[in-house]
Write a protein that binds this ligand. Structure first.
Ligand code: SF4
Ligand code: SF4
Length: 324
């Protein structure tokens, strides 16, 4: 009997949503489990790092890594799994682009820790204790991974073969990727495993997207009762569809919410946020500097809107921090 291909899953700086996306394959997950031998999946199975270390290099057919890379342990695991795997897939927006954890690149690590452990309204920490890398408790030494100053994408740490986009990738895209891996019908190395079209091209509202728009105000979805049929951009709501890769079948727009850009750019766009910014800027219905300032000033969180998932992968990458 031919041995089944070995598959691994790993999570780095992740919310767990990408793990749930695998389970969301529903009954198809049984087909996957029947076709492969899952040799490492810390979220679901009790394999340890030393089990992976004991495997022969290149013995895992494919490893799917979700989450961005923020800690020393995540970087070590990325290198280890790269060595053990013939194919390494960056799974989901955080792994591909940096994702939501990548917005921490707007701050330095000390501020992130202070907010999380001292100043956030839900924190109770009267002594202001912060996580320690090395602690001795009851005669036992405990260690924590180190935090890097900058959140990185998986391919900023190690060589990546394919990218599965989305926050999280849809079951349809995951199933197609697994099928391609099992049959060897893979595209060129470095490909994003989703259609190379802008989301607008597969959006049911595209017929109502005007060729030319002049907006006197950008609105947040909470500020307007949205027509469920009309292009959201035409209604003044910032929709990232024109700057975002399709493949998710415009799930958010189907729910009457704008695209927030989780599938990243198409192959023709280097910087998703810059592409969106140039598109949105061309919609401003004024040539007067003060009026332009008023209209664009209404965008509550420009970085969080334009680079919500892709700051570490962007040309900007991070905000500069003072080095003491
Ligand atoms: S891509 Fe989205 S679902 Fe996946 S780990 Fe990141 S935030 Fe969570
Ligand atoms: S801008 Fe948004 S709502 Fe309009 S067609 Fe593109 S994806 Fe659809």
């Amino acid at each position: 009997m031919t041995a089944k291909p070995k598959i691994a899953f790993y999570w780095c700086a992740s919310c767990g949503g990408c793990e749930e996306a695998v389970v969301d394959l529903a009954e198809q997950v049984l087909d996957v489990v029947a076709a492969v031998d899952i040799v490492f999946w810390p979220c679901a199975m009790d394999f340890k790092r030393h089990d992976v270390e004991a495997m022969a290099d290149g013995s895992i057919a494919a490893t799917f890594v979700n989450g961005a890379v923020r800690t020393t342990e995540q970087e070590e695991m990325a290198h280890l799994l790269r060595r053990k795997s013939r194919v390494l897939v960056a799974f989901g927006a955080c792994s591909q682009l940096g994702g939501i954890p990548g917005l921490a690149n707007l701050s330095d690590t000390a501020s992130v820790l202070a907010t999380a452990y001292r100043t956030s309204p839900s924190t109770v920490n009267p002594d202001g204790v912060l996580p320690q890398r090395h602690t001795v408790d009851g005669g036992h030494a405990l260690g924590l991974p180190g935090l890097y100053e900058t959140v990185r994408t998986l391919d900023q740490v190690t060589d990546v073969d394919y990218y599965l986009p989305g926050c999280a990738p849809t079951p349809k895209l995951i199933a197609a990727a697994v099928q391609a891996l099992l049959t060897g019908a893979l595209p060129a190395k470095g490909s994003v495993l989703a259609p190379d079209i802008a989301l607008c091209d597969e959006c049911a509202r595209k017929a109502s997207k005007p060729d030319a728009l002049a907006l006197a105000a950008f609105k947040r979805p909470s500020e307007v009762v949205l027509n469920e049929e009309e292009c959201l951009l035409a209604q003044g709501v910032l929709c990232m569809g024109p700057a975002t890769r399709g493949g998710c079948e415009a799930a958010c727009v189907q729910g009457n919410m704008p695209c927030t850009g989780c599938s990243g750019p198409t192959s023709r766009v280097r910087d998703q946020g810059a592409k969106a910014l140039s598109g949105f800027a061309s919609l401003v219905a004024s040539n007067d500097a003060a009026e332009i300032e008023r209209i664009t000033g209404a965008i509550a969180d420009p970085v969080g809107t334009l680079y919500r998932y892709a700051l570490p992968a962007s040309l900007l990458r991070r905000r500069r921090v003072a080095v003491s």
